[in-house]
Design a protein around this ligand. Structure first.
Ligand code: GLA
Length: 731
């Protein structure tokens, strides 16, 4: 059992292969405190770290300074308003208008396995995979029962946390803040690592020193967002790939979030993460339960690389579901950057014919096939095929594509409604809006009120009838604006504060229905590029479109930040045409292929119109994908050099789990005059194995390649790349 309770010390000890997390219960009042999280320790006599024998002492010995105790005690789940003035996780509003609450330990249970979180995405595992601790706490005055759940994965340095709140009172109570996790740590000059960006510039890595006061990353956009990301690392200063300590926090949720550190007066860091409390107010009636989404904590004492690979393994084996999780995906060609809205059956078939000749395996028809949509100004919600564009109908098109030996995929934006649509004319009250106030448009569209079942059912029927009408095996589910003007025509006034979260629950319910009813479907989530690339969405789709920016060089930043947490198998990446549509840059077709190979790999261009020398390269790229995808999808990913740090080149590798094969990608972004070959140190190989480099037939030992390095011959020109394939040999 990786979780044990030691009654003599009243401590819980949670062990992963190389980390330990400890919780203790103290004083007559049964406060639940945090003792330790870090490198694995076998000894459990650690309760002294809660410092209850020091001033200000526990309340049973010194109740005159109760606030001093509460304001320095490392609460596992701090609550609002009683004297812990640091960030709290739980706040309420009672029928009398009071906001405070306090929790004390009541009971616990430890069991093998892990329960699902109702209505929410979450990691999963069998009885062999994981063990769970449930700590039941109570606010005896409010009769609020709070269950803190911790799951330890046996083979990974992962501990997940979630919280369930049950109202045992006859009066309703309003929850105004329910975060999912808190961790108090002694500061060791830590840095906060987060991911930031904008449309077309998602998930650039940022590190900053944790200073006094609070610093956070958050979204109040109704989606996890392009701008910020539901991930936070607390890392030792100067951490690198292989050395240094990091605590990773990843939130399995796709809506508003906050991740925050606070350095307090005693030089301790309090880290919290959960649903953003802004505009959140959830009414809990008698016996009702509120579940706060899961936070995944990963501890690494071996630098960022170990954290990354732990998240990758966890997501690939315990979060992503469905038949494509461990399966090669068909190479797709998407017509968005090829045609935008200007296409018809003939155009799509021209693309498909040429694509199939070159070895591409699926055509994806993007935005513009329904209603009267010929620009992004109208028709969202009118999910009927536009037969003026698609002469002969959808089934004809799909059949013709299938006859070429290709699969067919389709784009939807199910959560939206255009003011210029039949749906809006029939149901203006279906949009999220505040009555009497003209709602803000974004991309000329509104968001559907998915808190309402009737609307969810309508949306679902529209999608499923299209999917049933032809042999469609892939769906790109897009979401192209964020929420504003929060108002539901349907929810009562007391429940308007539930809209943000109910919206997210509505999206989850819809996607669950979709993958349940169409289990063969390959679902790719998308949100104006990568605005909802988060673990919540990964629970429903094995891949997510990473960014609308398909420029190979911009993608180095975006994909490096994304791959910090997410497996390469989940990162939607395509080769597109040049000059690039977002930045106007020209890069070699070959390099675009190498960068897309880091993700799902596909095309997004008009294959009938690209330069002949580029087109000729496609069969080789297709072969490259088939040769390496098993390795890329299932292997261990290592960052070797980062263009975002060195401003000249980028290098990464994927090593098979048995260490018998590795693929190194080197991208020279900016050429430099007058230098010789560049030495890069490979990672993750077996030191005592010899490897043959396929391209040169040279044989070197793993230790030489890792500790001394591999020479990359000087490359002439900007934006050039190369692949280096290594296989283990007998020597
Ligand atoms: C978003 C997506 C694009 C494309 C367009 C269509 O921007 O990210 O890939 O599907 O919408 O409108």
């Amino acid at each position: 059992m990786s979780i044990k309770y030691y009654a003599d010390e009243r401590v819980f000890k949670l062990d992963t292969p190389s980390s330990t997390y400890m919780i203790g219960i103290v004083d007559d009042e049964q406060f639940v405190g945090h003792i330790y999280y870090g490198r694995r320790i076998e000894d459990y006599h650690l309760s002294y770290l809660m410092r209850i024998n020091e001033l200000p002492y526990v309340p049973s010995q010194n109740n005159r300074d109760r606030t001093s105790f509460l304001d320095c005690f490392p609460m596992e789940y701090p609550t609002h308003g009683l004297g812990d003035y640091r960030e709290d996780c739980l706040a309420v509003k009672t029928d009398k208008g009071h906001t405070a609450c306090g929790l004390n330990y009541v009971s616990h249970s430890i069991y093998e396995g892990k329960k699902p979180l109702e209505g929410l995405p979450a990691t999963f595992g069998s009885k062999e995979d994981c063990t769970t601790l449930e700590l039941v706490c109570m606010d005896q005055i409010l009769k609020l029962e709070v269950t803190l759940s911790y799951t330890v994965f046996e083979k990974l340095d992962v501990i997940t946390r979630s919280v369930q709140i049950r109202n045992l009172n006859t009066e309703s109570i309003v929850l105004t803040k329910v975060l999912s996790t808190c961790l108090d740590l002694e500061n060791k000059d830590y840095e906060m690592m987060t991911l930031h960006g904008s449309w077309a510039r998602e998930r650039h890595i940022q590190k900053r020193k944790i200073g006094h006061g609070k610093q956070s990353t958050s979204s109040v956009r109704g989606a996890s967002s392009h701008q910020d990301h539901p991930f936070m690392g607390i890392a030792s200063k100067g951490i690198n790939e292989d050395q240094g300590e990091v605590y990773g926090f990843s939130f399995v949720y796709s809506g508003n979030f906050i991740a925050q550190t606070e350095l307090d007066q005693f030089n301790r860091v309090r880290a919290v993460m959960g649903i953003h409390p802004s505009d959140f107010a959830w009414i809990l009636k008698e016996q009702e339960v509120f579940t706060a989404p899961e936070v995944i904590m990963v501890y690494s004492a071996e630098g960022l690389g170990h954290m990354t690979r732990t998240y990758h393994d966890l997501f690939r084996n315990h979060l992503i579901r469905g038949e494509y999780t461990h399966k090669k995906r068909p190479i797709l060609i998407n017509n968005w950057e090829a045609t935008y809205f200007d296409f018809n059956t003939d155009k799509l078939l021209d693309i498909a014919r040429e694509a199939s000749r070159l070895g591409i395996e699926m055509l994806v028809m993007d935005d513009g096939w329904f209603g009267n949509r010929s620009s992004d100004n109208c028709a969202l919600g009118d999910w009927q095929v536009n037969e003026n564009k698609l002469k002969g109908g959808l089934r004809y098109l799909v059949n013709e594509v299938n006859k070429l030996g290709m699969k067919f995929g389709i784009w939807f934006e199910p959560e939206m409604i255009s003011p210029d649509s039949n749906l809006y004319r029939a149901h203006p009250d279906w949009a999220i809006q505040i009555p009497g106030r003209t709602a803000s448009l974004s991309r000329n569209q509104y968001v559907l009120d998915l808190s309402r079942k009737e609307i969810r059912d309508y949306v679902y029927e529209m999608i499923s009838s299209v999917l049933k009408s032809a042999n469609i095996t892939y769906v790109k589910w897009d979401m192209n604006r964020q929420l504003s003007d929060l108002g539901s025509f349907y929810l009562e006034k007391e429940k308007q504060g539930e809209l943000y979260h109910r919206y997210v629950l509505g999206v989850y319910e819809l996607q669950e229905r979709l993958i349940h009813d169409f289990p063969y479907l390959l679902l790719e989530n998308c949100s104006g590029g990568g605005a909802r690339f988060d673990p919540g969405m990964l629970y429903y789709s094995p891949q997510i479109w990473c960014s609308d920016d398909t420029d190979a060089i911009e993608r180095l930043y975006i994909q490096e930040g994304t791959a910090m947490i997410y497996p390469l198998s989940s990162i939607g990446a395509h080769v597109s045409d040049c000059p690039n549509h977002t930045v106007g840059r020209g890069t070699p077709f070959e390099t675009r292929g190498y960068v897309a190979l880091l993700g799902t790999f596909g095309y997004e261009l008009d294959v009938t119109r690209i330069p002949e020398e580029d087109r000729k390269m496609i069969p080789d790229q297709v072969a490259m994908y088939h040769k390496y995808n098993d390795l890329v999808r299932e292997g261990d990913y290592y960052r070797i050099a980062s263009y975002s740090e060195n401003h000249t080149h980028d290098a990464w590798s994927v090593v098979s789990k048995d260490k018998k094969e590795a693929l190194v990608t080197f991208i020279q972004v900016m050429a430099e005059p007058n230098y010789h070959s560049r030495r890069i140190q490979l990672k993750g190989l077996d030191a005592h194995t010899f490897y043959c480099i396929e391209e040169t037939k040279e044989v070197y030992s793993g230790e030489a390649l890792m500790y001394a390095g591999l020479n990359i011959e000087r490359i002439f020109g900007d934006f050039k790349g190369k692949l280096i394939h290594l296989t283990a040999v007998n020597h």
